[in-house]
Design a protein around this ligand. Structure first.
Ligand SMILES: Cc1cc2nc3c(=O)[nH]c(=O)nc-3n(C[C@H](O)[C@H](O)[C@H](O)COP(=O)(O)OP(=O)(O)OC[C@H]3O[C@@H](n4cnc5c(N)ncnc54)[C@H](O)[C@@H]3O)c2cc1C
Length: 450
């Protein structure tokens, strides 16, 4: 039996953050991770995805360059080379995470952990660890539809294993992962069809973002098929994949079918039931605002809790939990109210706070005022191509507190973080108006809206 102050199950964004912050306070910490350190974000999420998005942006830049006087000739794109560079970068990050744990004195156990009781874990070699505090940070995994032939398709995990550009790709799903991966495939030269169960992408986002992105995706040559629920996936004699829909339609000749239909929490098979940790109807660990589960001394952070499944959210929840439990900050916790996020689509989306519809539902009877702006970024001034940038501010009450700020267009990804500070601080529309614009930028539109 090895004694610690804290045991952390999972070496992804949330687990690493909680472990390192707790060790910083002098806690004796062991962290369990059987796979590569860094979890989803580093290995099959944000990091390799952003590398692919950068490549896609470069492909667009090469097309735009002639308008700025460049005579550009490329010998095509080498997917294998890009993958090699990307994988090497991720591997370097894995090493950095390992060394960081070491530096902070966190014991990294490279094995799966299972709860033996409310204070004890056992690893796959049978060694037992005990602590008063246990953090569950086991994250999630891609869901697959329960249809025949689903094993012929891939998920976002498989996307990062692709060794070459698929000639014709089908992407099934409407969330941010689906639109991001569809966008990358298209920009790098694949013929892409995107299959939506309903009639829009990003249905939980403000409708302005959803509408504009759908139009932009169609404009980029992506075929967007709506009202499609998958019935089966089959392979034809020649090797091509065929997607069959429940309404009888069928879509043929794909060489890759990627399902991005949501993520399921990793909560099975490691004794959560044994310890009495309560799960919600979808299998996520139930937590209160302090990340406490139903069992005293057992906490959960990150995707496994199903709240705003994003890396900085998992990190913030993990760090604040450690601040509270080991840093003497009794009230420290993460507020999930204002979470900024970026969708790395083409064009990108930056968004923080409530959509217009969510604001109307959250504040019934209060005045909701909406400001919008649509324009073409000056970047395209010399080109025939005129993609629209669109912005929306959602305000509440007579003093017009800004509760939502939504942008789609060139630069939105790097624009939104600063506005998220303003929204988090409770800025009013007049604070935006009183801010001196930066010219010529797209962002200045956000402080000059009438
Ligand atoms: C394609 C894709 C793109 C994304 N892009 C972004 C983005 O741009 N920005 C963003 O903020 N977020 C993004 N995300 C989401 C982000 O990756 C997650 O929100 C984040 O990784 C959650 O961290 P976590 O610590 O909760 O879980 P994870 O990072 O999933 O880590 C959980 C870890 O627990 C381990 N584990 C599971 N069971 C056990 C066990 N029994 N014992 C020991 N270890 C165990 C797993 O091996 C895993 O390493 C993306 C996700 C995907 C899939």
């Amino acid at each position: 039996m090895r004694d610690f102050d804290l045991l952390v199950i999972g070496g992804g964004s949330g687990g690493l953050a909680a472990a390192q912050r707790a060790a910083g306070y002098g806690a004796r910490v062991a962290l369990f991770e059987p796979k590569r350190l860094g979890g989803t974000c580093v290995n099959v999420g944000c990091v390799p995805k952003k590398v692919m998005w950068n490549a896609a942006e470069l492909a667009a830049a090469l097309e735009h360059a002639p308008y700025y006087g460049f005579d550009v000739r490329t010998g095509g794109h080498d997917w294998a080379k890009l993958k090699q560079g990307r994988d090497a970068y991720v591997q370097r990050l894995n090493g950095i995470y390992e060394r960081n744990l070491d530096k902070r004195g966190v014991v990294a156990v490279r094995a799966e952990a299972r709860l033996r009781s409310t204070t004890e874990l056992v690893d796959t070699t049978g060694e037992v660890y005990r602590a008063k505090h246990i953090v569950i940070a086991t994250g999630g995994r891609p869901k697959l539809p329960a249809v025949p032939g689903v094993e012929l398709g891939i998920t976002s995990d498989g996307f990062f294993d692709l060794t070459g550009l698929p000639r014709r790709s089908a992407v099934v799903g409407s969330g941010y992962i689906a639109v991001e991966l569809a966008g990358v495939l298209r920009a790098l030269g694949s013929e892409v069809s995107l299959f939506l169960r309903h009639d829009a992408v990003l249905r939980r986002f403000d409708s302005l973002l959803s509408d504009k992105l759908m139009a932009a995706m169609r404009g980029s040559g992506i075929e967007v098929v709506t009202g499609m629920t998958t019935r089966a996936l089959t392979r034809e004699a020649g090797g091509d994949l065929v997607l069959a829909a429940v309404d009888g339609r069928s879509f043929a000749k794909f060489d890759t079918v990627l399902f991005a239909v949501g993520r399921a929490p990793n909560t099975a098979g490691f004794g959560l039931d044994h310890a009495g940790v309560a799960l919600d109807a979808d299998g996520f660990v139930t937590v209160d605002r302090y990340q406490n589960t139903s069992v005293p001394g057992i906490y959960a952070v990150g995707d496994v809790t199903g709240q705003a499944e994003l890396t900085p959210v998992a990190i913030a929840a993990g760090r604040r939990l450690a601040d509270r439990v080991f840093g003497g900050q009794a009230e420290r916790h993460l507020s999930y109210d204002v979470i900024p996020t970026v969708v790395f689509s083409h064009p990108p989306i930056g968004t923080v706070g409530l959509s217009e519809q969510a604001a109307r539902e959250r504040y019934p009877g209060e005045a909701i005022r909406v400001y919008t702006s649509e324009f073409v970024s000056m970047f395209y001034a010399l080109m025939d191509l005129k993609p629209q940038t669109a912005m929306k501010l959602v305000t509440v009450g007579a003093d017009e507190r800004v509760v939502g700020c939504h942008v789609i267009g060139l630069g939105a990804d790097e624009m939104i973080q600063g506005f998220a500070v303003a929204v988090t601080m409770g800025a009013r529309k007049r604070d935006f108006d009183d801010t001196v614009a930066i010219h010529p930028t797209s962002a200045e539109e956000l402080v000059t809206m009438r």
